[in-house]
Design a protein around this ligand. Structure first.
Ligand code: SF4
Length: 376
């Protein structure tokens, strides 16, 4: 670990940061950063047979074996060199906190340069969802979000994103999560960071997750959700990638006046423009768009806002997730009253819009959206 990581400056209200600060040193290069072809070239460059790259990739993605000593199809004399070249350590566990009887597990990770990120595993009867971070910190500065208040430290590499999923996959495979051995079925990019602000690494990570072994993990793209606060050019770009992932748009307000404050990126791309890009995504991919809406008491939960939201979404391929806000320490923002929440749901349903109130799994360990602030 190096000690060159400065604490990012706290952003001014409304200030946006789209670029990862320049830092000395890059995260270690790992096989998950590379395509299968690039891995073979790397191994051949070491003077080793290229097929060894496929063997190590299969160990990593398919057998979920991160200990080179267990790579039985690789000669013992080559394992350490191959591991150094292809699977260097990327992150170490600072702590793991569990809730819901061990079915929700939040891990705080330290990266090579000291940056801290978090990932959360949530096991449900019918699925296992990993919520991953795409950046250390976030430059989008949403005032109700703990991550946004601490600013952007840096973008994560593809492998740093993928490894969060793989760590969960290994825990599950080893039977360390109650409920017996299992697999990760869903990945949501809803941890720290704005995925679209680290587009290339996030897109490569999605490829690694859906590509078949030895190229990748072989998940279904339909199990993957990429969220955004509304970086319109990137939303339009994602629609052209031919990957049927779910797009989740964190809207949080149906009108520009409020959204300019709640989601400062709205000062760049207005509600109408963001929704147009969402509908284009739905048309191109034939995937239903998720609209995320954190219900905040007396801020965005009024009946007239429910009606305006219903009007804007009516007739579209869309599903609304209402998220009871998780209050962050010292914050004036808090969750809506139950009766206001019920009325909001009723009005959306009256408009013919599908809506669910999201399960706030992980609340007791600060693992729900907007609560990943990576404090030790
Ligand atoms: S809500 Fe999401 S986009 Fe907004 S500051 Fe928090 S992590 Fe960033």
């Amino acid at each position: 670990m190096t000690d060159d990581l400065e604490t990012p400056r706290r952003p001014e209200p409304g200030e946006l940061n789209f670029t990862s600060p320049e830092r000395r040193g890059k995260p270690p290069r790992h096989l998950a950063d590379l395509t299968a072809l690039q891995r073979r070239e790397l191994v051949a460059g070491l003077g080793l047979p290229a097929f060894r790259a496929d063997q190590v990739s299969r160990q990593y993605f398919h057998r979920l074996a991160d200990d080179p000593a267990s790579w039985s199809d690789v000669p013992a004399s080559l394992r350490d060199d191959l591991a150094a070249a292809l699977t260097p350590p990327l992150m170490s566990v600072v702590n793991e906190r569990t809730a819901d009887g061990g079915l929700t597990r939040k891990v705080l990770w330290r990266l090579f340069d000291g940056a801290l990120i978090e990932s959360v595993l949530m096991r449900y009867p019918e699925r296992v969802t990993m919520c991953v971070s795409s950046q250390a910190g976030c430059g989008m500065n949403c005032p109700f979000c703990a991550t946004g208040q601490s600013g952007l430290t840096r973008n994560l590499s593809t492998a740093e994103i993928v490894e969060q999923v793989m760590a969960g996959a290994r825990e599950l495979a080893r039977g360390e999560v109650p409920g017996g051995p299992g697999r990760v079925s869903n990945v949501v990019f809803m941890g720290m960071g704005e995925p679209m602000a680290n587009y290339d690494a996030v897109l490569s990570a999605v490829h690694r997750l859906v590509d078949k072994s030895p190229e990748g993990l072989g998940m279904s793209a339909r199990g993957i959700t990429v969220s955004t606060v509304g970086l319109v050019p990137r939303m339009r770009q994602l629609a052209t990638e031919g990957l049927p992932v779910t797009l989740a748009l964190s809207l949080h307000a149906p009108d520009d006046d409020l959204r300019d404050t709640l989601v400062p990126v709205n000062t760049r791309w207005k509600v109408a423009e963001v929704l147009d890009a969402a509908w284009e995504y739905a048309r191109t991919t034939n995937r239903r768009v998720s609209i995320e809406y954190a219900l905040i008491k007396d801020v965005n939960d009024q009946a007239w806002r429910a009606d305006l939201l219903g009007k804007r979404l009516r007739g579209k391929l869309v599903h609304v997730n209402l998220i009871p806000l998780n209050p962050t320490p010292g914050s004036k923002w808090t969750a809506s009253r139950p009766q206001d929440e019920r009325e909001f749901v009723r009005r959306l349903e009256m408009a013919g819009v599908q809506v669910t109130v999201r399960d706030t799994r992980g609340r007791e360990i600060d693992g729900a959206c907007g609560q990943l602030a990576a404090a030790e």
